[in-house]
Ligand binder design. Structure first.
Ligand SMILES: Cc1cc2nc3c(=O)[nH]c(=O)nc-3n(C[C@H](O)[C@H](O)[C@H](O)COP(=O)(O)OP(=O)(O)OC[C@H]3O[C@@H](n4cnc5c(N)ncnc54)[C@H](O)[C@@H]3O)c2cc1C
Length: 500
């Protein structure tokens, strides 16, 4: 901690150098905070976009919106930017803002313990860092989830998860490829596999609703115009934001007109894209549109109707060394098995030996229920900020916009610490309970409780998403409500506890 004209400057540990960790570092520096340690367990920045290199990987919100607000990119090649281009963008920003050089790569945070106003952070390299604040930017879709199917490890062909795509495996004519899973990722790469001429078998447990929003290449002249007139990429950004805010987010949080439009669009898409009525019925979900994350895609339905792709709805019984055996006893022989089975979103920063006040371990704190106040603060874990925590408005909106709102909130709290309003800060129990009740009330109206099982739900089946509008979230995150927070001055300052 550095003192400067009575205003102090904290030391901060940032965990993770993905989109959020890069943003946190840039914004801390802008606020005049320079004692920052960035710990990244892998060898490069980029997080999601470094890991996910499967064929066809792309964002499914407009690229000009999947961009930091302070670093518009007039050069996006597509309306929905491809993964490698997004990775390049983040690498470029991390270089431009001198973040890359400061990251301690290949150094995972294994534990962090809070004691008397300080965090002691331990890493896989055996190093220890002492900090006033910890910002956990470890991502939500980060830990691959592999299916618990009998015999999975006995498969003798090539097998990998989509987030660990093995590019040394050739896929083409003559190869029999099995895919387990049919979410947003599968909808992006299955068409690419089908294009190679490989024989692709898609093992589907639950069909998805697909909204046909076409991608398009942005012509060179348009990019030149955007470089010349920065208001144009901003226009793209704002149009995308308007659509997502007033259409998508409202549709899934219970607003009837956009909900009706979204449902109709998805249902018409299924009706007119799939010619064969038997296949169409197999692909028809039996839950509300928006209950699972709506898949934005125009290529999957075409691909699944090609002669070299097969939709298998019979459930999987076991996996053998040769392939997949379905409940009807049929063995589907395979050369390659792709696990498109998503991530463990409830992990957040875990596994980590994260210990808050009074020796409370995060696994015990979240033993009964995962919770966070306003998505960022955890009771008993003072001066610890969880980026993209529970009740962030994730789901068909730009996560970058969410991180920016959260970082602004975090900075406002750090600023109060700098002004010596407190040494230690955490949400008070009453506020947590009130917040939980408020969220629970809103959830009743959402599509997420519309009869499906999804990664939006916690162990009790309760959505871990913000159930109100984007505008409402931004408004509530604009200024910390200090009545909801418990602040303490450590012995070096003076003892004074203010509890609302
Ligand atoms: C295939 C795919 C497509 C997506 N498409 C979209 C989209 O279109 N729009 C959208 O808004 N969002 C999308 N997302 C969500 C995406 O994850 C976020 O947009 C964003 O990348 C999250 O950034 P992050 O920095 O918070 O997390 P991540 O990108 O996951 O980065 C976390 C970083 O923390 C590091 N880390 C984790 N644990 C530790 C540790 N213990 N110690 C040190 N380092 C650690 C990781 O190695 C990683 O680099 C997509 C996700 C996936 C998987």
């Amino acid at each position: 901690m550095v003192e400067n004209n009575n205003k102090r400057t904290p030391s901060v540990v940032v965990i993770g150098a993905g989109m959020t960790g890069i943003l946190a570092t840039i914004k801390l520096r802008e606020a005049g905070i320079t004692d920052i340690t960035i710990l990244e367990k892998k060898a490069k920045v980029g997080g999601t976009w470094r890991e996910n290199t499967y064929p066809g990987v792309a964002c499914d919100v407009p690229a000009h919106m999947y961009t930091y607000s302070f670093e518009q990119n007039p050069n996006w090649s597509n309306y929905f930017a491809r993964g490698p281009e997004i990775q390049k963008y983040f690498e470029g920003i991390a270089d431009k803002y001198a973040v890359t050089g400061k990251v301690r790569f290949n150094e995972a945070v294994t534990g962090a313990r809070y004691d008397n106003g300080k965090w002691t952070v331990e890493t896989s390299q055996g190093n220890t860092f002492i900090a006033d604040f910890v910002i956990s930017a470890t991502g939500i879709l980060h830990h691959p989830s592999k299916p618990d199917i009998e015999g999975l490890d006995s498969f003798q062909g090539d097998m990998f998860h989509t987030a660990e795509w093995d590019h040394s495996v050739e896929i083409g004519k003559g190869k029999r490829v099995g895919v387990i899973g049919t979410g947003s990722t599968a909808a992006q790469f299955i068409p690419e596999l089908v294009k190679t001429g490989a024989d692709v078998s898609v093992f589907m447990r639950t069909p998805q609703w697909l909204l046909p929003m076409s991608d398009f290449t942005i012509p060179e002249w348009a990019k030149a115009m955007m470089r010349r007139f920065p208001f144009i990429p901003n226009l793209f950004r704002n149009t995308g934001k308007f659509t997502l805010e007033h259409f998508f987010t409202k549709a899934v949080t219970g607003h009837k007109p956009p909900k009706f439009i979204l449902e109709t669009a998805c249902k018409l898409n299924l009706r007119f894209s799939i010619k064969d009525s038997v296949l169409r019925e197999k692909l028809r979900p039996n839950y509300q549109v928006g209950c699972k994350r709506v898949v934005i895609n125009t290529t999957y339905y075409k691909a699944i109707q090609k002669s070299n792709s097969h939709l298998i709805t019979e459930s999987i019984e076991r996996i053998t060394e040769k392939g997949i055996v379905t409940r009807d006893g049929k063995l589907h022989e395979l050369d390659v098995l792709v696990l498109s089975t998503g991530f463990k979103p409830l992990n957040f920063m875990r596994p980590m030996n994260l210990v808050g006040k009074n020796g409370l371990h995060i696994d015990d704190a979240w033993g009964e229920k995962i919770q966070a106040y306003r998505s960022v603060l955890l009771p008993d874990f003072p001066n610890f900020f969880l980026m993209l925590g529970p009740y962030t408005p994730i789901g068909n909106f730009s996560v970058i916009a969410m991180s920016e709102v959260q970082m602004n909130y975090v900075l406002k709290l750090i600023e109060r610490w700098r002004n010596r309003e407190f040494d230690e800060l955490e949400p008070c129990q009453k506020a947590i309970e009130r917040f939980n009740g408020y969220v629970k009330d809103g959830v009743k109206n959402t599509s997420w409780v519309g009869g499906c099982n999804s990664w939006y739900l916690d162990g009790d089946g309760d959505p871990i998403l913000w159930p109100y509008t984007w505008k409402q979230w931004v408004k509530e995150m604009a200024e910390p409500d200090m009545n909801d927070l418990m602040t303490l001055k450590t012995p070096e300052s003076q003892h004074s506890i203010e509890v609302a």
